[in-house]
Design a protein around this ligand. Structure first.
Ligand code: FAD
Length: 475
């Protein structure tokens, strides 16, 4: 069978699903894409894009508040207009969503509004508002994503106890907010709501914020210091217990976390109160009613679908990509898109020998300051047996950072001392989420630190941080 005659049904229209649908259609496959809510998935509707749009409003507010430092006088008060922020967020969402719809139309993709359910390999039931029908497909890709989970003792009521979806549609800024979970989403929300004027307490069970193996410990420490300057209280090694809600908000106790490292000094329990609590801990797979069991598709004990390195599930010709694979893979939009391309290549029978490569997937964290990481942290490199050398350049050393008054942050390179191979790039500072792209390319091409040092970086730019760090790396 040729690529032209192959058929594909994709269930879920997030960054995994729509990337798969577009790539397959461009390669000549006949594609059905079924989406039960809005194209763009969590990323466009409740995740990446809404948070970054609202973060832009927070940055505009901070810039206006700080305008005098740039010699700009603003007469009158400066304040946030939550309704206008939400309207702007909706405008951005709708522009991008209609762009996806137009691309579906231009590529001849059959876009079905409804739920997909797998009856067996090769057959999907489409349950839409206009009725139910079945579609046959040579291949099926599951891209149904994930949703927020509730913590025991912290049931979401969407009024006092919120999840991340709620936090992106608040019509007013709470006077005080406790955020449970100091991971990426919790830290981003803390910076946004603090900029908007809320008193923010960030509660994290581990002994550092951003406690992810790929995030270098120096980055966590810098962010915690910067949060302190912004008067965000970081309660690490803690958990929130005895939570009660009432007309005056949420009352709870801060107690030592069961995840605190052994030997940590026990902290006395203290009571806390806030107008709202935002829970940013954990996600669950969206697989209800998908027909996994009936079709014999294997999942792990927590319900995340299992797949091999080419995204093939336990059932031939059924693939799974994106968040629905769970935290054992990488739960990021660009990882979902990369997995989509890997799955489509396999559907097309392209034996390029290309398994999904997870080693150099960057993290872009939109805190204040921003963070961009790719490759191994210093600890990961040591644990992997490398003899490690590092080089750090502070952002404040750069002319462009001084011109922008964007002083906090640094660029840290992690390399193998024996071979000079670049192993990791860890940046904090203005535009770090964009600047990390140079590190991604360098790692992808297998560059040595000397290669980065030999590349000329334009002056005055923030990108000089990486060039300078490479030049200063011990030989
Ligand atoms: P999703 O985007 O979740 O899409 C799945 C789609 O499938 C949904 O539209 C859903 O309605 C649909 N669906 C589910 N079941 C069915 C069914 N049976 N039939 C039909 N349709 C179905 N990642 C980043 O890379 N950068 C960021 O800055 C970032 N920020 C984030 C901020 C927040 C607050 C959150 C919550 C997440 C963030 N993420 C970010 C993570 C990112 O959103 C996800 O990794 C990404 O959306 C996963 O893509 P996906 O295609 O696997 O699933």
């Amino acid at each position: 069978m040729t690529a032209e005659t192959k058929t594909l049904t994709v269930i879920g229209g997030g960054p995994g699903g729509y990337t798969a649908a577009f790539a397959a259609a461009r390669a000549g496959m006949r594609v059905t894409l079924v989406e039960c809510e809005s194209l763009g998935g969590t990323c466009l509707n409740h995740g990446c894009i809404p948070t970054k749009t609202i973060k832009s409003s927070a940055e505009a507010l901070e810039l206006a508040q700080n305008a005098a430092a740039f010699g700009v006088r603003i007469e009158g008060g400066i304040h946030i207009d939550p309704a206008a922020v939400l309207q702007r967020k909706e405008r951005v969402r709708s522009i991008l969503c209609s762009g996806l719809e137009k691309t579906c139309a231009s590529l001849g993709i059959d876009l079905v509004r409804g739920r997909g359910r797998i009856l067996r390999a090769g057959l999907v039931e489409l349950i839409g508002t206009g009725g139910t029908r079945t579609v046959e497909a040579d291949n099926i890709i599951i891209a149904t994503g994930s949703r927020p989970v509730e913590l025991p003792g912290l049931p979401t009521d969407h009024t006092h106890i919120l999840n991340s979806d709620d936090a992106l549609r608040l019509e007013s800024v709470p006077s005080s907010l406790i955020i449970v979970g100091g991971g990426v989403i919790g830290c981003e929300m803390a910076c946004i709501y603090r900029a908007f004027g809320a008193t923010v307490t960030l509660v994290e069970g581990q002994d550092r914020i951003l406690p992810l193996p790929s995030v270098d410990e120096d980055i966590s420490a810098l962010l915690q210091r910067e949060m302190k300057k912004r008067r965000i209280a970081c309660e690490t090694g803690c958990t929130l217990t005895n939570v009660t809600t009432g007309p005056d908000g949420v009352h709870a106790a801060l107690a030592a976390s069961p995840f605190a490292p052994a030997g940590a000094v026990p902290r006395p329990e203290k009571t806390v109160r806030a107008e709202k609590v935002l829970v940013t801990v954990g996600r669950a797979p969206c697989t209800d009613g998908l027909g996994l069991e009936e079709a014999g598709i294997a999942a792990d004990a927590r319900g995340w679908i299992t797949a091999d390195a080419r995204m093939r599930t336990s059932v031939p010709h059924i693939y799974a990509i994106g968040d629905v694979l769970g935290p054992g893979r990488v739960m990021l939009a660009h990882a979902a898109s990369a997995e989509a391309l890997c799955a489509v290549a396999d559907c097309l029978g392209k034996d390029t020998g290309r398994d999904m490569a997870y080693r150099h997937i960057p993290s872009a964290i939109f805190t204040s300051p921003e963070i961009g990481c790719v490759g191994m942290s210093e600890r990961q490199a040591r644990d992997a047996g490398h003899e490690v050398k590092t080089s750090v350049v502070q952002m404040r050393e750069l002319g462009k950072a001084q011109a922008m008054s964007a002083l906090p942050g640094f660029c840290k390179l992690v390399a193998d001392a024996r071979t000079d191979a670049l192993l990791g790039v860890h940046m904090a500072g203005a535009h770090a989420t964009d600047l990390v792209a140079e590190g991604v390319l360098a790692l992808h091409l297998g560059a040595a630190v000397a290669d980065v040092a030999a590349a000329v970086h334009a002056h005055p730019t923030l990108a000089e941080a990486m060039g300078e760090a490479a030049l200063r790396m011990p030989q």
